[in-house]
Design a protein around this ligand. Structure first.
Ligand SMILES: [Zn+2]
Length: 482
């Protein structure tokens, strides 16, 4: 076990990264992942793979993928040392366990004892707990510190973490980014704990340089602040959890900040998921330029892009599905984990055009296979609709504060045609104007109109989007009986 190197990740050459990742992977597989997790020790033996056969990240293609469906027993993915194996492997640890060298025993406990849990959510599957040891929390802090550096946040700045308080990665990553960067971070718990008003009041008092939050909630927060005459003049960064931040949403957020006396706010999106046990961010873009992708820490995980159909590994700069292998985690671990997330322009090792860092970067928009839904509407029989694109259209609609698309079957009859409902919150209260605007936007981009538009309060929308329960705001929900 060693501490992550602090600057190596940002300026190593592609060859150097490859060699270092090979070394990390070999050590991780041979000393922790395979001998001490039920799932991977079984997977390796059942497939006739000796961990020593995997000498490089190139050899990982021999290993079957792991996916959500494999998590029947989450405990099987936790590194739990087996004393028999330990006896064979490490003399020093054996000595600690048998003769009780207090210092070594304490170090081992620190490395391996789970002390924090975050969880996945999901309607279709049971939540999967992911355990963190002190070793993992050090990684969360280091990863968070790097996020702060990538966003060029000064440690003397004040930050507000407005993610919902929940056992979710987003909240804890933001919290530990604060401790890792040794900076002031107030975690408000989001709207559910002290309400939007409470958040506005606290931000009024603190006058932070950065707010970290879910996009729809942040939008609501800024809007409420604007209406109440708040002046958040110090704001320099809005950091959004949820990697999909359409241009329309970025523009609306910037406009609101300008109204509050903060015209130079950079909007930064992040990408993280429970199984990665960390999150990645874009770096601060050069004024007016396009974001330069999510910067990955090559000393913590290995990311490969695969063809979602064939499972073949794809070359650089090729769109495909993101697959993650941890290189130095403890607690719950995954190898070759299929995220189901599609990256538009693949992965690159080319230096970042904004910051010059040479760490791998994920380029372009991230979408999910499930973003493409087959619709049977009267006009469109069995048409594949890209809801990812539709999100852009809605986020760009003037006067629309928040929204959710719901798919249903007419009369809830599985044999009937599909109906599309739009749930909406108005910005300024004129429902009829907004109804027309939504219809127009739909028709110009999708050739069909929603069957119904229902208006809600912000509070109701938060419940619909599952804020605090889900990891991401649910923007498209499919209630068609399967
Ligand atoms: Zn960069």
């Amino acid at each position: 076990m060693s501490k992550p190197k602090t600057t190596w990740w940002a300026n190593a050459s592609p060859d150097n990264i490859h060699n270092h990742q090979d070394a990390l992977l070999k050590r991780f597989l041979q000393t922790r992942a395979v001998p001490f997790t039920q799932f991977y020790s079984k997977l390796f033996s059942e497939n006739g793979i000796d961990p020593r056969d995997i000498r490089s990240t190139d050899d990982l293609v021999k290993l079957p993928f792991t996916s959500k469906a494999d998590f029947d027993n989450p405990r099987d993915f936790v590194i739990i040392p087996d004393e028999v194996v330990v006896k064979k492997q490490w003399r020093t640890i054996l000595r600690a366990l048998t003769t009780g060298s207090a210092a070594t025993k304490a170090a081992l406990e620190k490395e391996l004892r789970p002390i924090l849990l975050t969880s996945t959510t999901g309607r279709s599957s049971a939540p999967v707990p992911f355990l963190y040891t002190a070793h993992d929390i050090a990684r969360l802090e280091e990863g968070g510190r790097r996020m702060m550096q990538l966003c060029q946040s000064d440690a003397s700045n004040k930050h507000v973490n407005a993610f919902p308080f929940a056992p979710h990665l987003a909240f804890w990553q933001a919290h530990y980014a604060g401790t890792g960067h040794n900076t002031f971070m107030l975690s408000t718990g989001g709207g559910k704990t002290i309400g939007t008003e409470g958040n506005v009041r606290i931000i009024d008092k603190i006058n932070p340089e950065a707010i970290i939050a879910m996009p729809t909630f942040l939008y609501h927060l800024l809007q409420e602040g604007t209406v109440g005459g708040s002046r958040w003049k110090n704001l320099k960064r809005l950091v959004l959890g949820g990697e999909k931040v359409p241009a329309g949403m970025r523009r609306k957020l910037k406009e609101l900040c300008a109204e509050m006396g903060a015209p130079d706010v950079a909007i930064i999106s992040t990408y993280g998921f429970t199984e990665a046990k960390m999150a990645f961010t874009e770096c601060l873009p050069v004024a007016g330029d396009q974001p330069s992708g999510f910067h990955i820490y090559p000393d913590m995980c290995f990311i490969e892009i695969i063809d979602p159909e064939s499972g073949q590994r794809l070359p650089e700069n090729t769109p495909g599905e993101i697959v993650l292998t941890q290189l130095d985690a403890r607690g719950t671990i995954v190898l070759r984990y299929r995220t189901g997330d599609l990256i538009e322009n693949g992965l690159t090792h080319a230096p970042c055009p904004h910051c010059g860092r040479t760490c791998p970067r994920l380029l372009g928009k991230i979408s999910r296979v499930s973003d493409f839904k087959n619709l049977h509407i009267d006009k469109l029989k069995g048409t594949l609709v890209d809801f990812n694109a539709l999100e852009n259209v809605l986020d760009d609609t003037e006067g629309l504060g928040a929204w959710q698309i719901e798919l249903r079957k007419r009369n809830d009859d599985p044999l009937e045609s599909d109906i599309v409902l739009v749930h909406a919150v108005t910005m300024k209260g004129d429902e009829e104007t907004l109804r027309h605007a939504i219809h127009r936007r739909f028709e110009s981009s999708t050739e069909f109109a929603p069957n119904e538009i229902q208006f809600h309060t912000w509070e109701e929308m938060r419940t619909l989007q599952g804020v605090g329960k889900e990891l991401k705001e649910k923007k498209v929900i499919d209630h068609r009986p399967s």
